[in-house]
Write a protein that binds this ligand. Structure first.
Ligand SMILES: [Zn+2]
Length: 436
């Protein structure tokens, strides 16, 4: 137990990854999670199509420097540009991403990247990080070491399957995975330069007209250009290699993939539960989705934010729109060089920022509560504010949650005497929020 506590301190001070799970648990968590994901994925099971893809995966993963895991490789029959690497060895590459590869070596780059995440155990490192936020006491008592981890993760609201929070990686982890990926490519005698060309094509798709790759951006936060460390490594490894080329086998693989029909989409069964948040606001790049009541109006206020309110809830004023009933939400930039802020620190920073704009804001003492916001730890802060137009008070809920290098926040407002009417709507909206 002392060792675990030391680990917690290490993570909190250093911010780098720590992993509470054993390699055996990686396999258990990953296979359970993959099984769950497969229920919503359509896989290409025909070995005549997938055979060459498997060969390349095996060539890369049979590397003596990697931890002893059994890797398996699957193609997801979907237009999405995405890939998933489950802890313990499950690699799932979407057809939309495979079609970007124009030679054997670029195909190897896609696979090497996921193998590298799995070998570096990034999934369970992310899960450990999340457990520290949600269950520090349980962690200290040795929670994930017990056999009943699945039930216990469920109790903490941590989902498995395709939406598992541990499939989202940090930028540090991406860099580490990419460095290992180019080495795996070189060891298996693929041209590591193909890693660069593939990444360029992917980021072109991200910045291109319709930004076709929201999911890939999302699960793998890539920078626009290749990191200098990766470029150097490619340079170092590149000297003696043949150049990337498309073999006959590769071309046959791509052709058979092109001929394969896409699955017929399952009809979505409408949710018939009575729900007052029947409309959905979707961020332009699908960073998040938020449900809201029919009849409320959306006013975009920034590239990442908007106000959603009933028609009489917004009043134009000198300092922009004054919201008396409704919600405003946005991403708040908290990037601080050389250190990342905790949720608490980032939230305090936002509150200071909001108070600078409105001096009458008063945080209710003791009224900060932890809550789950889109499956991760969030905070609700209760604030009292003088209404701009009259002398009455408004109740404000500020709900915050970390989202990569920023803070996602929602500010719910209603007059004090009407707050009880709005509270259930606000609660439903918070529950409806899905950050990707
Ligand atoms: Zn990645």
């Amino acid at each position: 137990m002392a060792k675990v506590l030391l680990g917690v301190l290490f993570l909190l001070t250093n911010g780098r990854s720590i992993n509470f799970f054993s390699l055996k648990q990686d396999v258990e968590i990953g296979s359970e999670s993959a099984k769950e994901a497969e229920q919503s994925l359509s896989l290409v099971r025909d070995l005549n199509i997938a055979g060459y893809f498997l060969t390349i995966g095996q060539r890369l993963s049979q590397n003596s420097t990697l931890p002893a895991l059994r890797y398996h490789f699957r193609i997801v029959n979907s237009r999405e540009i995405n890939s998933l690497g489950f802890p313990g060895g499950g690699v799932y590459i979407y057809r939309g991403l495979l079609q970007i590869a124009s030679n054997d070596d670029e195909l190897a780059a896609i696979l090497a990247h996921e193998i590298a995440h799995i070998a570096s155990r990034h999934g369970t490192a992310q899960l450990s990080r999340q457990l520290i936020v949600q269950a520090p006491i349980a962690i200290a008592a040795g929670l994930p070491a017990t056999e009943a981890w699945k039930e216990q993760l469920g109790k903490l609201g941590i989902s498995l399957g395709i939406d598992a929070p541990f499939l989202r990686y940090s930028r540090d982890q991406e860099l580490e995975a990419n460095l290992l990926a180019v080495r795996l490519m070189a060891d298996a005698r693929f041209d590591p330069e193909a890693f660069r060309t593939l990444l360029e094509k992917v980021s072109e798709m991200q910045t291109g007209e319709a930004a076709r790759a929201p999911n890939f951006v999302f699960d793998h936060p890539q920078s626009e250009t290749i990191a200098p460390e990766i470029a150097e490594e490619i340079e170092r490894l590149n000297t003696s290699f043949r150049h990337a080329r498309a073999s006959g086998e590769f071309r046959a693989f791509q052709t058979s993939l092109e001929r394969l029909p896409y699955p017929i989409p399952k009809t979505v069964v409408a949710d018939t539960r009575p729900d007052s948040v029947s409309k959905i606001f979707t961020h332009p790049q699908d960073f998040y989705r938020l449900g809201y009541p029919d009849g409320w109006q959306v006013t975009r206020t920034s590239p990442n934010g908007a106000i959603i309110a009933p028609t009489d809830g917004v009043h134009p004023s000198r300092n922009g729109d004054d919201v008396t009933h409704g919600v405003m939400f946005d991403l708040f930039d908290i990037a601080v060089p050389d250190r990342s802020l905790t949720l608490e620190q980032a939230t305090n920073r936002l509150i200071v920022f909001l108070r600078q704009r409105n001096q009458s804001l008063r945080v209710v003492p003791g009224a900060q509560t932890q809550m789950l916001v889109s499956d991760e730890s969030g905070i609700r802060t209760v604030i009292i504010k003088k209404a701009n137009s009259s002398n009455s008070s408004e109740v404000v809920w500020v709900v915050t949650r970390l989202y990569y290098q920023s803070l996602f926040y929602m500010v719910f407002v209603a007059p004090e005497d009407e707050f009880a009417t709005y509270q259930p709507i606000f609660e439903q909206m918070i529950r409806s929020l899905r950050l990707r």
